[in-house]
Design a protein around this ligand. Structure first.
Ligand SMILES: Cc1cc2nc3c(=O)[nH]c(=O)nc-3n(C[C@H](O)[C@H](O)[C@H](O)COP(=O)(O)OP(=O)(O)OC[C@H]3O[C@@H](n4cnc5c(N)ncnc54)[C@H](O)[C@@H]3O)c2cc1C
Ligand code: SF4
Length: 462
């Protein structure tokens, strides 16, 4: 074993996985996990912890794994995270814990994410679950949204003895973990549902099919329903479009709709009662994780897929691993290209998309070089499906039905980073509803900070 390199992880072959919805990465077995754990230097000043938004004791759980003690490793993990099997799969470790790992200075960093995933999976298979509070403190907290922010806030408060109830608009809990991130990256039954069950085992109740702002308002929850505080973790599920001609044609989807149909409504199964239109040629517009997920889903459904992105490869916002996987599976990338018009036939169905070539100019406000059109370089790509993956913003429903809850000019709820406190008394918020579309672990970190803030408020320490 080369101690400078990660123990390689097994994956499905690209040609095979491009035709199925099974998980791409197969994870470590116990022997591989123990070998990888042995690469950790157990640093006294462990930089990896600084890179983790929920401050997992990384050397602590890895030390248990070195000894083959899965239960001990899981116990350390579950002190800081309610969703280790999720995070081990989807967190951008390369820019967080692994990006700071001391082992990474001279060689490859420790594969912290894969070890977290192994621990959580092995604990689940052994029937090990996290421990809840011994007694109830008599106070009630309502959580809006069952994504990673809401689940984390709920779990933390339940561990402190609060009676916690989550209100979720959809018929299934999990937020983007359930409706957005595809099965082949994050299995729903085996992983997401099981981790939600663990949160419920702490005493948290979940009411699905309840749209706060329509079925009930935040003011109702605080006055009529007897909740002492509310946490808003309603995410950023409102898709953006480009505003180009033809965007209303049949066959144009937001990535949100496309992925929800596939993941939540199971449109990828032949017996699904809510099928999705599968085109022969699909163009996905955008370069983030959502674009990669939409493209790889369309490919698995049987379409040829091209990703159109206006900057170059170096600026692609998606995780390098996702881009690599997408390319291996046969997705075409048309970079430095921007759509200008979608064409439709007489029945209103998409027939193609005209794009223009771009070049990179000076850096813009984001620090990335600004893409500039090359005049006269327009060309048309034949397509019957176009998926727009251009980012999302928070749905205005909650803010518009809650007096005193301020939002910024992007529609994001204004809340303090350190404790989630909003402009309305007893109402806290965190995750994508506050930051706009971000990451699972940042949403979890915000849920955790807000739980601390709510606890201080309700115990009279705020
Ligand atoms: C396709 C896709 C792929 C992604 N890939 C990654 C990745 O690989 N790694 C990563 O770290 N991040 C990824 N992200 C981002 C990540 O999933 C989000 O940042 C994260 O889920 C935000 O968590 P949240 O709890 O704030 O909101 P969400 O997960 O959006 O959950 C919000 C929940 O609130 C519910 N809700 C909304 N309004 C109401 C209401 N009025 N009443 C009741 N309930 C309501 C919603 O139905 C939803 O269930 C991805 C996002 C998408 C869309
Ligand atoms: S920084 Fe790397 S080597 Fe050091 S404790 Fe963390 S994971 Fe182990």
């Amino acid at each position: 074993m080369d101690i400078m390199k990660k123990v390689p992880v097994r994956e499905q072959e690209p040609a095979v996985r491009a035709r199925n919805f099974e998980e791409v990465c197969l994870g470590y077995d116990k022997e591989e996990a123990m070998a990888e754990a042995s690469r950790c230097l157990s640093c006294k000043n462990a930089k990896c912890i600084e890179g983790c938004p929920v401050s997992i004791n990384i050397p602590g759980f890895i030390a248990e794994l070195k000894e083959g003690n899965v239960e001990g490793a899981y116990e350390v993990l579950s002190r800081s995270t309610a969703l280790p099997a999720v995070c081990g799969r989807v967190c951008p470790q390369e820019s967080q814990c692994e990006g700071k790992c001391i082992r990474g200075i001279k060689g490859e960093p420790v594969s912290i994410g894969k070890l977290e995933r192994f621990t959580a999976d092995a604990a689940r298979e052994a029937g090990i679950t996290p421990k809840g509070a011994d007694s109830n403190n008599g106070k009630k907290v309502a959580i809006i949204g069952s994504g990673p922010a809401g689940l984390t806030c709920a779990g933390e408060l339940a561990k402190l003895g609060y009676e916690v109830k989550i209100f979720e608009a959809l018929h299934e809990a999990g937020g983007v973990l359930t409706y957005g991130i595809p099965e082949f990256r994050l299995p729903k039954e085996k992983v997401v549902r099981k981790e939600i069950e663990n949160v419920k085992a702490l005493g948290v109740r979940i009411e699905t099919d309840c749209v706060v702002g329509k079925s009930v308002t935040i003011d109702d929850l605080l006055t009529k329903e007897g909740f002492d505080a509310v946490f808003v973790g309603s995410g950023a599920g409102l898709p953006r479009f480009m505003g180009i001609p033809g965007e209303q044609a049949n066959g144009v989807f937001s990535a949100n709709e496309y992925l929800t149909r596939s993941n939540l409504m199971k449109a990828f199964r032949p017996d699904s009662r809510t099928p999705i239109m599968v085109g022969k040629k699909t163009v996905v517009v955008g370069g983030g994780n959502v674009a990669m997920d939409a493209a790889r889903t369309a490919l698995r459904l049987g379409s040829e897929v091209t990703i159109v992105y206006r900057r170059s490869e170096a600026e692609l916002p998606a995780r390098a691993e996702e881009v690599h996987h997408a390319k291996e599976e046969g997705i075409r990338f048309d970079l430095l290209t921007n759509p200008v018009e979608i064409h439709e036939n007489e029945e209103g169905w998409v027939t193609g998309i005209t794009c223009i070539r771009m070049e990179l100019g000076e850096p813009d406000a984001s620090g990335r070089r600004r893409p500039v059109e090359i005049p006269g370089s327009e060309f048309t790509i034949e397509a019957d499906t176009v998926i727009m993956a251009l980012g999302t913003s928070p749905n205005p429903l909650i803010a518009s039905t809650t007096g005193g809850l301020d939002t910024d000019r992007h529609g994001c709820i204004m809340a303090k980073e350190e404790n989630g406190e909003t402009t309305k008394q007893a109402v806290y918020a965190g995750g994508d509803a506050v930051t706009g579309a971000a990451t699972v672990i940042l949403a979890m970190g915000a849920g955790k900070s807000a739980a601390r803030g709510i606890h201080e408020f309700l115990s009279g320490k705020a």
